[in-house]
Write a protein that binds this ligand. Structure first.
Ligand SMILES: [Zn+2]
Length: 275
């Protein structure tokens, strides 16, 4: 190797890996689905597989819902009866805001799950993606009288972004969707008390970034609170953490780069979600 080559190698600007492609020639887009909808389906199916890898699946329950690009009032979500590891672009179900299937689907949806997703999508202009999980740490924090404690690195980045909704039972009633929305009051993270968390994103990656931060915050809180008194973080530092968090900064992908990395991980192991 020449000196020139070595210098060029060491001074080369690193470039980020390319995002996973929206379309893969091994899994062609069905002719009756528009390219924008298919891209959304592939991204959403990837999210379900990523949730499974992270241990965020809950049997056949819970939902991630995403708006269909260019089709106001239409949303995609998981077919009821399939595990997240079985969700793929083609079997995602398209529904309207009331949860009625749009077009043909071999699978039903779980109406209980879509109640509050539909209300949030319908009402909030920026709510492109809504995620809900039943992971142990997040549910445990939802069961605490004082809720999320802003005393760790991850929670600090969510300061001022968290709202609560009191438990009313299993969320199957349309009118509760509206009350849940009122409780959210514009916050992107909603903790359903005695139940579990909801994140509301201006993109799928944004909703994922919020759920990642919340999950890690709750895991750390569960561990640290079990050991003793939690040390407070000063309000000015909390505000700085929110300001400096890369998870919300468009210059750093606003969570898209992290999501892309996980999608590449799924692609390496099992790209079947693309079909
Ligand atoms: Zn739930």
């Amino acid at each position: 190797m020449t000196t020139t080559t070595a210098t060029a190698t060491t001074t080369a600007t690193p470039t980020a890996p390319a995002p996973a492609p929206a379309e893969d020639p091994r899994f062609p887009r069905p002719a009756h689905i528009a390219p924008a909808e298919w891209a959304a389906r592939v991204q959403l199916a990837a999210a379900y597989r990523i949730f499974d890898r992270l241990g965020w699946a809950e049997l056949i329950y819970n939902h991630i819902s995403l708006r269909v690009p260019g089709e106001p009032g239409h949303f995609l979500l998981n077919p009821f009866g399939l595990h997240y590891s079985e969700v793929c672009a083609a079997n995602l179900v398209k529904v309207d805001v009331r949860g009625n299937t749009v077009g043909h689907s071999a699978w039903p949806i779980n109406p209980a799950g879509f109640t509050f997703h539909g209300a949030i999508h319908e009402t909030l202009a920026d709510a492109h993606c809504v995620m809900h999980v039943h992971t142990t740490a997040t549910m445990a924090v939802c069961c605490l009288e004082d809720g999320l404690s802003f005393t760790n690195f991850y929670a600090a980045q969510l300061h001022g972004k968290v709202a609560y909704h009191d438990f009313e039972g299993i969320t199957v009633h349309l009118e509760e969707g509206r009350r849940i929305l009122a409780s959210a009051a514009g916050k992107p993270v909603l903790l359903l008390r005695n139940h579990g968390p909801v994140t509301i994103g201006f993109s799928l990656a944004n909703a994922f970034g919020l759920m990642w931060l919340l999950t890690r915050a709750c895991e750390v809180q569960m561990a640290s609170q079990a050991m003793g008194r939690l040390r407070p973080i000063a309000p000015a530092v909390l505000q700085a953490c929110v300001r400096d968090s890369l998870n919300f900064n468009p210059k750093f992908g606003a969570g898209q780069d992290a999501f892309d990395a996980l999608q590449r991980l799924v692609d390496r192991d099992d790209p079947s979600y693309r079909g």
